[in-house]
Design a protein around this ligand. Structure first.
Ligand SMILES: *[C@@H]1O[C@H](CO)[C@@H](O)[C@H](O)[C@H]1NC(C)=O
Length: 191
């Protein structure tokens, strides 16, 4: 091969391998979307399945991957019972969820609760964002210690700077044999 062609080939290889892949980490809780009365993203059905091998997911509005304005609403202690539940459980409006309809590859990295029995699978699942997990929703913030609950902030969409995905419960056993929540690997992908 002439030297120039070799050089061009090498350059092409270099560019192919350094293609920007946005890889992130975060946490996953699990949710039954089919039991929800509606979803925050217009045009998506409240179903765990969003197509063949595509699972529904909600993205926490404190997540670095969130784009657009955060959900409306305020965190008010009087909305909580003080024991982890809410009295006024009205959720905020989320009029600017710019990740609606975007897809991500998700795989398990480890147990979030330090489970010692169980393991991650090698399976990569695809999720589609169909909802938000608003930090100003009483069903979320009332659960954390600050308001008398016992759920860690990162498992209630209340941890700033953590990519929080609430993924269809039907995807749980594909990701791992752990019983609880997960640390996850996240990669932006096409739907
Ligand atoms: C997403 O996962 C699929 C299945 O494992 C894989 O073929 C694809 O390359 C992944 N895409 C990205 C952007 O990681």
């Amino acid at each position: 091969m002439p030297r120039l062609a070799t050089f061009v080939t090498l350059l092409a290889l270099l560019f192919a391998s350094s293609e920007p892949v946005s890889a992130d980490t975060g946490v996953s809780t699990f949710n039954d979307f089919s039991s929800q009365s509606g979803v925050a993203c217009a045009g998506f059905s409240p179903d765990n399945s969003q197509g063949t091998n595509i699972f529904a997911a909600a993205l926490g509005d404190l997540s670095p991957l969130w784009t657009g304005a955060r959900c409306e609403g305020t965190i008010t202690a009087s909305d909580c019972t003080g024991t982890g539940s809410c009295i006024d459980c009205t959720g905020p409006a989320c009029p600017d969820e710019e990740q609606c309809g975007q897809c991500f590859n998700i795989s398990c990295a480890s147990s979030l609760d330090g489970e010692t029995t169980g393991s991650c699978s090698d399976t990569v699942i695809k999720v589609k964002i169909v909802d938000a997990c608003p930090s100003t929703h009483p069903e979320n913030f009332c659960k954390i210690a600050e308001f008398g609950g016992d759920v860690p902030a990162d498992q209630a969409c209340e941890a700033s700077g953590v990519n929080a995905f609430d993924i269809a419960t039907t995807a749980r056993s594909l990701l791992s044999s752990f019983q609880g929540n997960l640390n996850i690997n996240i990669e932006s992908t096409s739907c």
